[in-house]
Design a protein around this ligand. Structure first.
Ligand SMILES: NC(=O)C1=CN([C@@H]2O[C@H](COP(=O)(O)OP(=O)(O)OC[C@H]3O[C@@H](n4cnc5c(N)ncnc54)[C@H](OP(=O)(O)O)[C@@H]3O)[C@@H](O)[C@H]2O)C=CC1
Ligand SMILES: CC(C)(CO)C(=O)C(=O)O
Length: 343
């Protein structure tokens, strides 16, 4: 394993800040892109991660400009999907011939159609899929790595991250062309040694669907009710709605070539919901652009494209889209117009 790895965390917020602290403390050469008061605090006091009873601190190089850092072994783009279009033209300075670029966004992701097996039905046309052109100016297809984050985090104050899942923090990563390489193996090892479990998820698109199923159910219901996720877990009626959405999501994923019924059990999923405010609800409360298009409208559009009825998802999608739109938080770049005639 090449060590230390040079890793740039592009967007050191809730999840990126968590990873930056742990990877820096494990001895890797970490730089972070941040902005505003968060950047000022990181420059003055470093980054701090509160996790369970632990308070972990790390000094990291911090800037709002990728030109301040050289070419990296790995770039982890940990911004919200709504900020992704702005990153494409800024990211080139940290990317060299062998750099891996990890995209661990929640929801349907911009790279999904690239190298998609011809055996899968054609995905619906989503605005987010148009981003491929911009990113492929900065990197090759074989440098793009998908990521799925199973870790619950919030920015508590500038420079301070709170982790709400101290017993389980995980990021699965896999190349979007399905090929392994040494740096991916090195990064999995580096993450695991830093207390962030990282395994090979097998088919990365199946893993995208698996994570999307947790967000289109748990995150939307937390948003609609204004509760942390355990509010759904502890309410019989909401539990039922959650499980219906997951079942509909399983049908959508299967219809698009990714059967997951043997891996995901709705009852077990709902029982595992955490005392955590999902990032979708964090964004709403803090009036930040929301990942509605990626987490809810995209799966609705995928369902429509194969003529699948998803009545529970449609209902919740209409409600949360309205909630976001009323606050002006539907991203104008990728989430503006309704993606489905049903909405
Ligand atoms: N939070 C969580 O627990 C989980 C989040 N996820 C997913 O991970 C992804 C990242 O989410 P999360 O970590 O919560 O996001 P955050 O909003 O907490 O962090 C993103 C950070 O990137 C910064 N940023 C955005 N654009 C730029 C830019 N152009 N230049 C510099 N800094 C920038 C943001 O700054 P600013 O605040 O100023 O916008 C913010 O500090 C999302 O897709 C989310 O859904 C997945 C699992 C769990
Ligand atoms: C619910 C959770 C923590 C699942 O890992 C998540 O994805 C989020 O907060 O957006």
């Amino acid at each position: 394993m090449r060590t230390p790895l040079r890793i740039c965390i592009y967007g050191a917020g809730a999840t990126g800040g968590h990873f930056a602290v742990k990877l820096a403390r494990a001895g890797h050469d970490i730089s972070v892109i941040a902005r505003g008061p968060h950047l000022v605090a990181i420059r003055e006091n470093g980054l701090t991660l509160r996790s369970g009873n632990e308070l972990l601190a790390a000094e990291v190089a911090a800037s709002d400009n990728a030109k301040d850092f050289g070419v990296q072994d790995v770039v982890i783009v940990a911004v919200k999907a709504t900020a992704i279009p702005l990153i494409a033209p800024q990211i080139a300075p940290v990317i060299g011939h062998d750099t891996l670029v990890v995209f661990p966004q929640n929801g349907m992701t911009w790279w999904y159609p690239l190298k998609l097996s011809p055996k899968c039905p054609t995905p619906p046309k989503l605005p987010i899929f148009d981003l491929g052109e911009a990113f492929l100016k900065a990197m090759r297809l074989d440098q793009i790595v998908g990521g799925l984050i199973y870790s619950a985090n919030e920015v508590e104050a500038p420079g301070i991250i709170r982790n709400n899942s101290p017993d389980h923090n995980r990021m699965d990563i896999g190349a979007i062309d399905g090929r392994g390489n040494d740096i991916i193996a090195d990064l999995r090892k580096a993450l695991s040694e830093a207390d962030i479990i990282s395994t090979d998820p097998g088919d990365i698109r199946a893993a995208v669907w698996a994570k999307l199923l947790t967000n289109m159910s748990g995150s939307t219901l937390a948003l609609a009710t204004g509760n942390r996720s355990d509010g759904t877990r502890d309410d019989a009626a909401l539990r039922e709605i959650y499980m219906r959405i997951v079942r509909e999501g399983l049908a959508i994923a299967a219809a698009h070539g990714f059967p997951l019924d043997d891996k995901l059990d709705p009852e077990r999923m709902v029982a595992r919901l955490l005392n955590h405010k999902p990032s979708l609800l964090q964004d709403y409360e803090q009036r930040r652009p929301m990942e509605i298009a990626e987490i809810v409208l995209a799966p609705v559009a995928f369902a429509r494209s194969v003529n699948l009825a998803t009545p529970t998802l449609d209902t919740v999608a209409a409600i949360v889209t309205r909630i976001a739109r009323d606050r002006g938080l539907l991203s104008p770049t990728i989430g503006g117009p309704a993606l489905s005639p049903a909405l």
